[in-house]
Design a binder for this molecule. Sequence first.
Ligand code: UDX
Length: 473
Amino acid sequence: MAAAPPHVLLFPAPLLGHVSPMLKLAKVLSLRGLLVTFLTTEHVHRRLGADEGLNCHPGFSFRSIPDGLPADHPRSGGQFMEVITSLAAQSPERYRDLLVSHHGQWPVTCAIVDWVMPFTAVGKRLEIPVIAFRTGGPCSFWTYLCTPRLIEAGEIPFPVGYDMDELVRSVPGMEGFLRRRDLPSFCRVKESSDPILQAIASATQRTTHYRGLIFNTGETLDAAELAHIMSTCPVTYTVGPLDTILCALDRSTGSAAGPPSSSSPGWWREDRTCMPWLDAQSPKSVVYVSFGSLTVLSRPQLLEFWHGLANCGHRFLWVIRPDLLEEMDGAGDIPVELAEATKEKGCLVEWVDQREVLGHPAVGAFLTHSGWNSTIEAISAGVPMICWPFFFDQMVNSRFISEVWRIGVDMKDTCDRATVGRMVNEVMEGERADEMRRNVAGLSEMMRECVDEGGSSRIHLDQLIEDIRAMSL
Ligand code: UDX
């Protein structure tokens, strides 16, 4: 009897920043000849348009399960914890069934799951190897892994009257630059028994027991942090940037079938009117502004950013998602001077193809919340950043952007128009801006080398595929 072909089931958390890179990996594995099942919630499935032609790629199929929330629940950016909690309560049984009952498919050889959903590790008890996908980068993961040391050393919780700028001593390799304010946001607690801190610390420790760990990055970007991580998680695959690998594979196989390669297939409707607007701008003259898919702004914060952008010397393209504002009521009442300035030098859209925008010659800088996908996309495109991290790993990413890679500035914990204007100008003009541009161009080249034939990401991808094939023997 012929051996069962390797069959991988991927299950991301129902959040764009998690679905998008895992979908790219799914397509890469499928193009490399593995059978792939991509499991999502019914809501995400519909949002991806998964019934409309995405199942056409042979060997690639979508499955979906309910998330337990009512159909009319908005599931908007600010409510992501509710969605994950409901899914965790609702889906373990359904997920377990999908792992063991094959529904006419080949049995699952290996599951690639999202570390934020610890229940997905159940595969191990079923003797199905489970690999974790970390949607954040190695730099933040190393700080997550050090949480127990930070607690033991008394560096978390933060004492009363603490100095946020004091350097942290318990994250090896980062002693010289990581301040309290740069630790992941869940460390900003009053008690070490804080339930979110404890839940994240234990989910992170569990990650070390998986068969392996996947990162969407190139190994040279975070080499020092990866070396630390590998002392605890020896089987680590750095297979990114997945965008670039996918494009290269699409080209070499002549394949346009299967799930599309855009940064966020179908999440919000892309507004392409900004492309002719960008075409009409001079090279590197535009600040692209986007806070990813989860960040929520208060109206005062929105106005501070808006004034800062209107008053800086540059044009701007700003993604204002339909659920970006905490309360959409009153969002339409924009002061006259802002409306005028926007007409003259701005372009507002609800959603774009971010990869395409970052790759446009008119874009000179990216005002970002420092989500890992956005960070990797900006580095690949060679665009320097102004960071306003919102939560979780973004606090660490923005510190690496400003202090380690020196490809941007970090306005963490401040949100006033003067700082926005000053920092935008710092990244857009002058000697420091030139230096940041040179640095990010260097990193972009380094990332390209990782994904070129024979580069480290290709080698890691080959190893991952070989390891999965070996599991099916
Ligand atoms: C989250 C976390 O913030 C991030 O740090 C974590 O590691 C993964 O999940 P999110 O907040 O949405 O994700 O940010 P980010 O990781 O940057 O992902 C946003 C994605 O949306 C990017 O791939 C970006 O290209 C895409 N996007 C954003 C668009 O395609 N169009 C837009 O208009 C805006």
